[in-house]
Design a protein around this ligand. Sequence first.
Ligand code: TYD
Ligand code: MG
Length: 456
Amino acid sequence: MSKIKTAYFCQNCGAQSPKWIGKCTSCGEWNTYVEEIIEKSKSSEKGHKQFASASKVIPKKLKDIDVNEIPRRFSGISELDRVIGGGIVPGSVTLIGGEPGIGKSTLMLQIALSKNKLNIFYVSGEESEIQIKLRADRLEKSNPECVIFAETNTSNIFHYLKDANPDILIVDSIQAMVSSSVDSSAGSVSQIRESASEFIRYAKETGVPVFLIGHITKEGALAGPKVLEHMVDTVLVFEGDSNYVYRILRSTKNRYGSTSELGIFQMQSKGLSEVTNPSELLMSYYDRSLSGVAVSATIEGIRPLMIETQALVSSAVYGTPQRSSTGFDIRRLNMLLAVLEKRCGFKIASKDVFLNIAGGIKVNDPATDLGVMCSIISSNADIPLKPNVCFAAEIGLSGELRPVTRIEQRISEAEKLGFKEIFVSKYNMKNLQSFSGKIKVIDCSKIEEVFKNLFG
Ligand code: TYD
Ligand code: MG
């Protein structure tokens, strides 16, 4: 009997070590090494050839490669098609990650039941057939061509796939899959790597596009080996706060399109619906007469989005003032407060500051800075801002207004939503000469100028 070969794998990043170590030398996490069997059985070697088709790839000159050969297929959910670059490419493998309960399974089932009535093979390793049927009933859609297979063993899955020959294969989730060629338990690094590579091989050899659902770790990274992200063609992240209805689908890697596209969905009682006018929805609760509220013209991906920032500044009850923020980077908030203190002379070091981005949205766009600052000052003075005014500028450490990207798009979105004035950086005006709109564009170079204009 041959000796079983084992190795230790970091369950966080997938690094391998011949012996157990306490701290991963690759990702720095503690206590993540688990022993896994790496010796493959003989039968699995045969398995490698199970999809071997006659396709013989030969080297080609670049000029002879015809890109029009790729016929993209539409999933029936236009936001998703846009995010992946304009439709699903045959043989592509897409990994979609997100927190539990965010709606990954719902989104995939909606593709399966979309009006395009594609021939879908939905492998569910987490939910039973009955649970999926109940969800499909809830979505009130049906597709007679959709096959549900509640199975986790990959060789069983490939056995049925041979005859099914689907248009799209969906695997929910890759962490639940078990390949019999690896002896470690489901969800371990070597299992994830092996079963993912089997699905990828299937996709490449048959041309069937594959969607893999992946879990994420508590830090927000995709669970399993980092190599998984390198192996697949597209990585999508489904994010949002499950207490709110908005869900954002982003691509962080895309071999078939740009990663700047973004899809916005709303979770409703009948599943996810696409949001084509996000600003209007986000602005619907905007009360212009309250202090501490300001609107920023931001860009998410490549789409303009008007976002409401709310601030509350009050005297600190305890010795150390609190700073808390939802949807906005706390370090950036501290930086903005320091600029207000040092450059503009506001005494807020002894005050509690709470900041909230409405709608449960997370913003990374630096153009939100000016809006955040104005909402803080408005709350501090308890004076509401002028109605119909919005902001789009980054703040530098000396209190200067810095230019932001795609300013025309931001201004026209603000105008479309009925804003009358927008504050931008002076340095953005150079490229803006041709702009002729009804909205008044006010350009400033320093934060003090903005405050003077707003509060007199
Ligand atoms: P689910 O797709 O199961 O999430 P994941 O696969 O990412 O873990 O998400 C389900 C959540 O969405 C659940 O909390 C209930 C909610 N939901 C709705 O609000 N409406 C619906 O029509 C459906 C199907 C789910
Ligand atoms: Mg799920």
